[in-house]
Ligand binder design. Sequence first.
Ligand code: SF4
Ligand code: SF4
Length: 264
Amino acid sequence: MQGVFEEKGPSNRYVAEKEGQMTQEPIRLSGKKTSTFIDKVKELLPDGGNLNLCLTCGACSSGCPATGLEGMDPRKFLRMAALGMDEEVTSTPWVWMCSMCQRCIYVCPMKIDIPRLVYFARQSWPRETRPKGILGSCDMALKNDTCSAMGAGEEDFQFVVEDVLEEYREAQPEFAEMEAPIDKQGAEFFVNQNSREPVTEPDELLPLWKILHTVGADWTYGSKGWAAENYCMFLADDESWKHITQTAVKQADDLGCKVFLNTE
Ligand code: SF4
Ligand code: SF4
């Protein structure tokens, strides 16, 4: 079958109106295809991720921050997968522009798991061809038990935390008793922190500490696994994602913490 599948839903109109000149490319079919990609993904997800229930309403695309990039949007991506356009779906760089925010699932009347479809499309890329920024951050995090994608070690983190805390206690007497413990045995909350704060914006550590102090929370960072970011998840590298997560969870368990408070 030859033909053109025109996408005319609300998301495309929205993008065209919003961007003025921007238009969505129609999906061009070059012949009958048998999809293997979407079928494989369906087998991996509970209830097949509901991937065959799309109503083409466009709600997903209207709120997606990646709509219009690379001429793609979540509805179009799903339609192309459903039409068996495996080569296009597994090669478009758009999959790396999805933020995995899951907004599309929240608004979808059929609760279709598009982010997981995107995730498996990412996995079809050979690891070394995936975006360098995400790849490098994941690999850096794997080098250190802190799990910091910026390569910050245990001593670096401890130095910054103690330095910022001491300075603030002196400057603000009402917070003279505030604490920012690391490896406090038996603390209720295990708290993690994006590496960006201790490495580049140390003063940004303070708002969270002040909240925890004000509510009287019994909390601690871990010397291991304190870094909250997990670029290995965005890289769609299951083993590395699991390693990063296990490192942090093990530290929380070893300290006897009851609640893992993920700040990312
Ligand atoms: S919101 Fe759901 S049903 Fe509507 S187009 Fe998107 S995936 Fe399909
Ligand atoms: S998860 Fe991805 S596809 Fe879904 S709304 Fe967010 S950016 Fe868009």
